[in-house]
Design a protein around this ligand. Structure first.
Ligand code: FES
Length: 209
């Protein structure tokens, strides 16, 4: 499934297409989450805004009946600006009902009197809801830079070491195959070597993400 936010020329064109129209796609490219290494671990998913698209795919993977027993506790902290900007609301409601995943949905603010979840920014909700780190707990983060900037110190405070923090970057890309140099952070090509890096790896690069 593709989720396309209508923000520019290409995405607007995609929104104008009709069922049955043909489009070409190159991919998949780059690396993926290190699922084999994460087996047997508690997983804390932290996301904000449209970055939740990749995290949704990860949640679906972990909740698949063939995979769920491979992971321990799953926590999801997902924030949007308003209730109307939350993606995949049907799935969120379904996951809320399950007892094998802990959902912590939040919005920056709302005047909806029926809002029954959290109100507050993702870093604040992370501080309140994320389990403290132990050797078996890993955090997967994807979101806007400002969210990452303020969530990282919270995870530090909760005791997560930087190899326990896995980030998926969203740098602008053109070629997708390590040729154009559009996506670099230091020596790393986000398109080819990433987009998934541990914070420990990113600490060795300039903060261009
Ligand atoms: S997008 Fe061209 S090098 Fe990464």
């Amino acid at each position: 499934m593709f989720t396309v936010n209508k923000v520019g020329l290409v995405s607007s064109f995609l929104h104008s297409m009709n069922v049955g129209d043909i489009m070409g796609i190159r991919g998949p490219m780059g690396n993926s989450y290190p699922w084999k290494n994460l087996e047997g671990k508690n997983i804390v998913i932290i996301g904000g805004g449209f970055a939740f698209t990749t995290l949704r795919a990860s949640i679906i993977y972990m909740l698949d009946p063939a995979n769920r027993s491979k992971f321990k506790d799953i926590h999801v902290i997902y924030g949007a600006r308003t209730p109307g900007m939350l993606l995949y609301r049907d799935e969120l409601a379904e996951w809320e009902q399950r007892d094998d995943i802990n959902m912590h949905i939040t919005v920056d603010g709302t005047d909806d009197p029926n809002w029954k979840y959290n109100t507050g920014f993702v870093p604040t909700i992370t501080e309140q809801k994320a389990p403290p780190a132990d050797d078996d707990t890993y955090a997967i983060i994807c979101g806007p830079p400002i969210m990452i900037k303020f969530t990282q110190p919270v995870l530090d405070k909760l005791g997560y070491s930087h190899d326990q923090i896995i980030m998926s970057l969203e740098n602008r890309m053109k070629c997708g195959i390590g040729m154009c140099g559009r996506c670099n952070i230091g020596q790393e090509f986000v398109c080819k070597d990433g987009p998934v890096f541990t914070l420990e790896q990113l600490n060795k690069t300039p903060r261009e993400y």
